[in-house]
Design a protein around this ligand. Structure first.
Ligand code: ATP
Length: 264
C-alpha cells in the first residue's frame, strides 16, 4: 500500500470531527473520499497533509510512519496537496506560483524537464506564464494549483474538492486530466469530492464518510451501483461520461485540457 490511514481520530478543541477512520490507497490507484457537508472529508485530509495533529491513529506513506509530521515534512515525504478553493497566489505570476512548488522538491535536479512536463499537461499555463495568477479563470487556477502540487513530484496527489465552484464543463476537463496523470504517469491520487458522480467515474475505489466515520466503502463500480449512493449522492447527475468498462481503465472523456484556456 502507498498510503495507510489507521483508526484516525481528529478534534478541533472539543469538537470530535473524525472518529476512527481507516482506509488505504494502493500504488497507482485513484481513491475517492465522498460525503456531504461536515462529514469530515477536509479534516481527514488536513491530518494527512500535516495541518492537523491526530489525537489517535496512524498514517503510513510507503511504509513510513508520517503521523504528526508538519506540512513541509509531509510534502517532502511525497504528498502533493491541492487545497480546497485552490489558494493560488493571485499577486504572483503563473510561473512564480509553479516555482513555489519546485522549492519543496525532494531532489535538486531537472527543473526545466519538470516545467516541460507540466506545460505539456497544461498548455494554458505556458501561454499565460507571465500573467498574474489572479487574472486566470477558476478552471485555470485549478490547473495552476494542480501544476504547483505536481512540481513537488508527489508520490500521492491529494485534492480537496477540485470541482468546487467550477462550471460542469471545466469539472470534466479537470477530471479528465487527473485520469490522464493516473494512467500515463501512474500517479496515485486521493480525491476528496462531494460530486460523487464525477469522482466515481475516474476512481478505482471509494469511501463515503458520514459524521466522521466511514459509512460505505468499495470499488467505484460497486459504489456507483449502490442504491444508497444513487439515492443520496447521484440524484443530480450534472456530470456524465460513458460508463466504465472495467475496474482499472475508465474510458477517456476525451477532453483536451487546452480547452480550458478559452473557458473565460
Ligand atoms: P465540507 O465539504 O463542507 O468541507 P467536510 O466533509 O470536509 O465538509 P469537515 O470540514 O472535515 O467536513 O468538517 C467536519 C466537522 O468538523 C464538521 O462538524 C465541522 O463543523 C467541524 N469543523 C471543521 N472545521 C472546523 C474548525 N476549524 N473548527 C471547528 N470545527 C470545525
Amino acid at each position: 500500500m502507498l498510503l495507510t490511514i489507521e483508526d484516525l481520530h481528529l478534534y478541533y478543541g472539543h469538537i470530535y470531527a473524525v472518529k476512527g477512520v481507516s482506509f488505504n490507497v494502493a500504488e497507482g490507484e485513484i481513491m475517492a473520499v465522498m460525503g456531504s457537508n461536515g462529514a469530515g472529508k477536509s479534516t481527514t485530509i488536513k491530518a494527512l497533509c500535516g495541518l492537523l495533529k491526530p489525537r489517535q491513529g496512524k498514517i503510513w506513506l510507503a511504509g513510513r510512519d508520517v503521523t504528526g509530521l508538519n506540512a513541509e515534512r509531509i510534502a517532502l515525504a511525497g504528498i502533493g496537496y491541492v487545497p480546497e478553493g485552490r489558494r493560488v497566489f493571485s499577486q504572483m505570476s503563473v510561473l512564480e506560483n509553479l516555482l513555489i512548488g519546485a522549492y519543496a522538491r525532494r531532489r535538486e535536479s531537472t527543473l526545466a524537464q519538470e516545467m516541460e512536463l507540466i506545460y505539456s499537461y497544461f498548455p494554458v499555463l505556458e501561454r499565460k506564464a507571465r500573467l498574474l495568477a489572479g487574472t486566470l479563470s477558476g478552471g485555470e487556477q485549478q490547473m495552476l494549483a494542480l501544476g504547483r502540487a505536481l512540481m513537488t513530484r508527489p508520490r500521492l496527489l491529494v485534492l480537496d474538492e477540485p470541482s468546487l465552484g467550477l462550471a460542469p464543463i471545466v469539472v470534466k476537463q479537470v477530471f479528465a486530466l487527473l485520469q490522464r496523470l493516473n494512467r500515463e504517469n501512474g500517479l496515485s491520487i486521493l480525491l476528496v469530492e462531494q460530486n460523487a458522480h464525477a469522482a466515481l467515474r475516474i476512481a478505482h475505489h471509494g469511501i463515503v464518510l458520514e459524521t466522521g466515520q466511514v459509512s460505505l466503502r468499495g470499488s467505484a463500480t460497486e459504489l456507483l451501483e449502490n442504491p444508497v449512493i444513487q439515492a443520496i449522492y447521484l440524484g443530480g447527475k450534472e456530470y456524465q461520461t460513458p460508463a466504465r468498462t472495467d475496474n482499472h481503465a475508465a474510458p477517456d472523456p476525451g477532453v483536451d485540457a487546452d480547452l480550458v484556456a478559452g473557458d473565460g
